[in-house]
Design a protein around this ligand. Structure first.
Ligand SMILES: [Zn+2]
Ligand SMILES: [Zn+2]
Length: 273
């Protein structure tokens, strides 16, 4: 399973559009790994996780062929992860020549918000909705997905996701604080070949436990996975989903996470499981 980070920022992107802070000023000046689009992932060539306001540009920058896309998984319906605009253009024949359906896998709340945002029925957008049942594995062709309730955006059906293909399993945990006991329970017995954990608030709120994580709680999240046997000390762990409010540029994040055996993700990074 090949995974590419298409975007590694939280809602505002980095440098944030109304940037007046030091992190954004430096990011603009340095470029490269400092430039972070809104969070999204490409899995192999047929699956995208989260489809936010940078999707159009990500598809050009990373040469993504949407005509062979089979599914989109959504973690939750915040606007940085689910942008309705691009989906209007799946209406055919008015805006596009679309004839192939894609699957959209998401929680009941996210699917409901999707309809509210776009103002269209799924069938008019050539979408098959598949509703997540929290704690249950879903099979879609050769991909299996386990959604587990995240500690983020109460009432909006946020999920962290275990994604399995060809015997390899990936954890995607962006947009979550430390999990509720009931969610840790659902992870029992699941082992990961790679884990991605957020650190949205990084040094801004290092001990943040709810909604998002800071540097210390990101490490706590990883340590809990270790303690539960979901990962080993050799499992690659990536840190993702950074806000400028985390008060750190790439190097400062690496300085903190590298000695703790965690890799700071950047846009375009591709990994193989
Ligand atoms: Zn987010
Ligand atoms: Zn969010």
């Amino acid at each position: 399973m090949k995974v590419q980070f298409l975007g590694t920022a939280a809602a505002e992107g980095i440098p944030a559009i109304w940037r007046e802070c030091e992190v954004c000023r430096k990011a603009k000046q340095l470029g490269g790994k400092e430039l972070r689009r809104r969070c999204s992932y490409l899995i192999d060539t047929d699956t995208i996780v989260d489809f936010g306001p940078d999707s159009f540009w990500q598809s050009i920058e990373f040469n993504i062929d949407q005509t062979i896309l089979k599914r989109i998984l959504f973690t939750h319906p915040h606007e940085d992860h689910m942008s309705p605009l691009e989906f209007y253009f799946r209406r055919s024949p008015y805006f596009s020549q679309v004839s192939h359906f894609i699957n959209v896998l998401a929680s009941a709340e996210t699917l409901k918000t999707f309809i509210k945002f776009t103002g269209h029925e799924f069938k008019d957008l050539y979408i098959n909705p598949i509703e997540f049942k929290p704690g249950k594995w879903h099979t879609d062709e050769d991909m299996e997905v386990l959604p587990i309730p995240a500690n983020h955006a109460p009432g909006m059906g946020p999920m962290i996701l275990a994604v399995r293909r060809n015997g390899k399993t990936l954890l995607i945990a962006n947009d979550t604080g430390l999990l509720a006991d009931s969610s840790w329970e659902m992870l029992k017995g699941v082992t990961f070949d790679t884990a991605v954990i957020e650190s949205t608030c990084a040094f801004g709120v290092p001990d943040l436990q709810n909604g998002h994580l800071g540097v210390n709680t990101t490490v706590q999240f990883r340590d809990k996975l270790l303690e539960m046997g979901c990962i080993t000390k050799d499992t690659p762990v990536y840190v993702n989903h950074f806000s400028h409010n985390g008060k750190a540029n790439h190097d400062k994040l690496v300085e903190f996470f590298a000695p703790r055996n965690m890799t700071v993700a950047y846009d375009g990074l591709t990994i193989e499981l």
